[in-house]
Write a protein that binds this ligand. Structure first.
Ligand code: 5AD
Length: 345
């Protein structure tokens, strides 16, 4: 199996059969080999620099009803909120003073933030912080809408594909959502010049070596500038409440494979990874991740943006914990940077 890891490192791609083999019966040795190699590749490409992004969760209203997600439309227990333009700009101001030069506006698919509102918001952030990169993570929109956001100044867009397998996609989502549409959105974003991020949950119900093979092949084809992966974690008020969470080991192995396949990709050690293990993010970085995304949302709303149970929101993962984060990174020989940290292909 080691030879497949080495081949991925050398050639940056594998065939479907090879991916399937690597994903279905790996040994501990294979894991270790992949993870050490990924750590090395991250260092070759980015040195010991870890990029930080300030995450602003600006609305938890969502028109969608994804079975795994705590802010799905049918979860009537979720306390809904929206931040005002002023509140969002306050988050940016706070983040800027802490050294952040990338802001990520993430939210549910909220009809209130329709095209014109979003354009206004993007322009306002870019006007006040022209030296900062702005990332959007607000779901599926028409090509025209994406274009308007791009013209308004948005630089990057995160839209996880969640799973590239059609049947698996249907198991995770209601019928009005489709993987075809999802992929189309991602291709549109890329063509419009966004630095684009795809990704998937690890250990979501129904995930197999077969579905994961499709995820890796899709990433190989899309060549995204960013990839977000993190363990699935059940949320008590969703249809998947009783499902098992994704595993740390699996997540670390897949992070490593992604680093080997896409050596220059911007790859976060996600909040979900930090939620299932106290040192999840450090472990992620050791396996090829090079981005962390502290939470810049006002503390009063953090508990409301509960995508899954026990999502960390106590402070140490937040932007105000930046000093702590710095120390944690230094402990593993890394330092965080205030750079925008654009993708350099
Ligand atoms: N566990 C882990 N990740 C989740 N997401 C949504 N719900 C969960 C969950 N229960 C992830 C999805 C989405 C991102 C914003 O959060 O992958 O794209």
């Amino acid at each position: 199996m080691k030879e497949l890891v080495h081949k991925l490192y050398e050639e940056k791609k594998l065939s479907p059969e090879e991916f399937f083999r690597l994903l279905s019966d790996r040994t501990e040795q294979t894991e270790e080999y992949a993870e050490d190699l990924a750590d090395q590749v991250r260092k070759e490409n980015y040195g010991n620099v870890i990029f930080v992004r300030g995450l602003i969760e600006f609305t938890n209203y969502c028109r969608n009803d994804c079975y795994y997600c705590g802010i799905r439309r049918s979860n009537h227990k979720a306390l809904r909120y929206r931040l005002s333009l002023e509140e969002i700009l306050d988050c940016c101001r706070e983040g800027y003073s802490l050294g952040f030069r990338t802001f990520v506006l993430q939210g549910g698919e909220d009809g209130y933030f329709a095209r014109d509102k979003m354009v206004e918001l993007i322009q306002a952030v870019k006007r006040e912080y022209p030296d900062c990169a702005l990332t959007l993570s607000i779901g599926e929109k028409s090509r025209e809408e994406y274009k308007a956001y791009r013209l308004a100044g948005a630089d990057r867009y995160l839209l996880r594909h969640e799973t590239a397998d059609e049947e698996h996609y249907r198991l995770l989502h209601p019928k009005e959502l489709s993987i075809a549409r999802r992929k189309e959105c991602l291709w549109n974003l890329k063509k419009l010049g966004f630095q684009t991020g795809a990704g998937f949950m690890v250990g979501s119900p129904g995930q197999t070596a077969g579905t994961l093979t499709k995820d890796f092949l899709f990433l190989q084809e899309l060549q995204p500038q960013m990839v977000g992966i993190g363990p699935f974690i059940p949320h008590k008020d969703t249809p998947f409440a009783k499902e098992k969470a994704g595993l740390l080991r699996d997540t670390l192995f897949y992070l490593a494979l992604i680093r080997l396949m896409l050596p220059r990709v911007l790859l976060p050690a996600t909040t979900a990874l930090g939620t299932i293990h106290p040192e999840g993010r450090e472990l992620g970085i050791r396996c090829g991740a090079n981005v962390v995304m502290p939470n810049l949302s006002p503390s009063k709303v953090r508990k409301k943006y509960m995508l899954y149970d026990n999502k960390i929101c106590t402070g140490e993962e937040g932007a105000e914990g930046i000093e702590d984060l710095k120390k944690r990174m230094e402990k593993i020989g890394c330092f965080i940077t205030a750079d925008r940290g654009d993708y350099k292909g």
